[in-house]
Design a protein around this ligand. Structure first.
Ligand SMILES: [Zn+2]
Length: 442
């Protein structure tokens, strides 16, 4: 460290999990941040006296790690949290969620629902999210207000949808969305989200792929979430979903497929060959009784897997720390092998894996010099965090979102000692509570 250099933020003390492959935890760590970038990763011992800094976060008795990446979600759905539980996916979606969306979504509810999701995510250590929904411009505004990093996609479906009453215009809306926001902010990548291979026509899927290619932005889709969906696609097309999508040229390295629960070995092989990325949503899959995605088999084929909460109506929270615990345990129970989806594998999915899924692994996903400063600090002094033998396991199996004390996104401290530095959470909760009052549960 140059003796006279002044840093903007220094995080020091505690145990650092860089999540760089093969790197052990670093005790008594020191992370030096200048502007939006990590300048140096060292220890207090090696780094000598505290260099000059604008702000210092003490991480004594804490674990420092990369900010988490939520690989699949629909942030405005926070306004529907707990609205419809304990139902099969089709009944949940068609009888409860779609009607509620048709009635209650507008620019205002989407903005406040998204900002609310950002607050919940930041408070539990998520610094980047992958989102897809209607009125996506409002999600961009909320994410920008919160100072988060995100891939935000306009939803595409061949039905009349909120904000897109004429389905013939769905791709124009998505295209316009991408053009509007593509150069808006370093933190935000726009994209498009095709709802699924049944609710989007072949023509829509083909054109969506072309748009994704043309702008080099990720496309997303829900893939083989339920067994019923697989059967319906097979009946309609004579092909299994992955092969059907491949026949349209839809399987590319820019595709993020969420859920991917019901796949056979040939489909997994095909997705690997096409470098499709998978967003694993174990809690949503459990809650909707969808099944268990074959994640261990995907990882063994070299598929990039991120971890996602899905929307708040099917989880019902945005706590990726809890999601990691679920992912690890579900992976073991489905293979009857406690060695698979170990703590490092699962934590990698929620950090570097998510970065690779979006295609921003050169910027975030690990803590190392030259990367953008997206960092969280997890307090390890609560009873459920003591003693601390293996920090990595402790994060996956013991920690909850409530243990997160500090969060930095792009060099900016957004959460400090569990307090938001900028967002007015009381105001956001007031707005969302006001919206919820108008939504009548059935
Ligand atoms: Zn989803």
């Amino acid at each position: 460290v140059g003796g006279k250099e002044k840093f903007d933020v220094i995080v020091e003390g505690g145990t650092l999990l860089t999540m760089v492959e093969g790197q052990d935890p670093i005790n008594d760590a020191r992370v030096l941040i200048s502007g939006d970038t990590i300048k140096e990763v060292t220890t207090r011992h090696e780094g000598g006296p505290l260099p000059e800094t604008r702000e210092r976060i003490s991480a004594e008795d804490s674990i420092i790690l990369p900010g988490l990446i939520n690989s699949h979600g629909h942030s405005p759905m926070t306004i529907f949290r707990g609205l419809a539980d304990d139902l099969p996916l089709n009944q949940w979606l068609f009888d409860r969620i779609f009607p509620a969306e048709a009635k209650h979504l507008n620019t205002d509810t989407v903005y406040w629902g998204s900002l609310f999701a950002c607050a919940e995510m930041i408070a539990s250590g998520i610094t980047t999210s992958v989102d897809g929904y209607f009125f996506a411009d409002e999600i961009v505004r909320a994410v920008d207000r919160a100072g988060m990093r995100a891939l935000i996609a306009q939803g595409v479906i061949d039905f009349p949808a909120p904000g897109v009453p004429n389905p013939k215009e769905n791709l124009d809306v998505a295209l316009n969305f991408i053009e509007t926001w593509k150069d808006f902010s370093d933190l935000i990548t726009p994209g498009l989200f095709c709802h699924n291979p049944l609710t989007c026509s072949e023509e829509t899927l083909r054109k969506a792929r072309d748009i994704s290619d043309r702008f080099s932005v990720p496309a997303q889709i829900h893939l083989s979430e339920t067994r019923e969906e697989v059967t319906d696609i097979e009946k309609k097309t004579g092909l299994l979903p992955a092969f059907f999508l491949d026949s349209l040229g839809f399987l590319t390295s820019r595709l993020i497929a969420a859920h991917a629960v019901h796949l056979n070995d040939e489909e997994i092989g095909l997705l690997a060959e096409r470098h499709v990325k998978i967003a694993h949503c174990p809690e949503s899959n459990m809650k909707l009784g969808s099944g268990i995605a074959p994640i261990d088999a995907m990882l063994k084929k070299g598929i990039v897997v991120g971890l996602g909460t899905d929307g708040c109506a099917s989880n019902n929270n945005l706590d990726l720390l809890g999601e990691m615990d679920a992912a690890a345990k579900l992976g073991k129970v489905v293979t009857l092998d406690p060695t698979v989806l170990d703590a490092r594998t699962v934590l990698t999915m929620a950090t570097y894996g998510g970065a690779k899924l979006i295609g921003i692994e050169d910027k975030v996903g690990t803590i190392e010099a030259g990367k953008k400063a997206d960092i969280m600090v997890v307090d390890a002094t609560s009873p459920h965090m003591v003693p601390l033998y293996h920090p990595l396991s402790q994060i996956v199996y013991s920690a909850t979102g409530g243990d997160v004390s500090d969060v930095i996104i792009n060099g900016r401290i957004v959460l400090r000692n569990r307090e938001f530095t900028d967002l007015d959470v009381d105001e956001i909760i007031r707005e969302v509570t006001g919206i919820a009052r108008k939504i009548q549960p059935v």
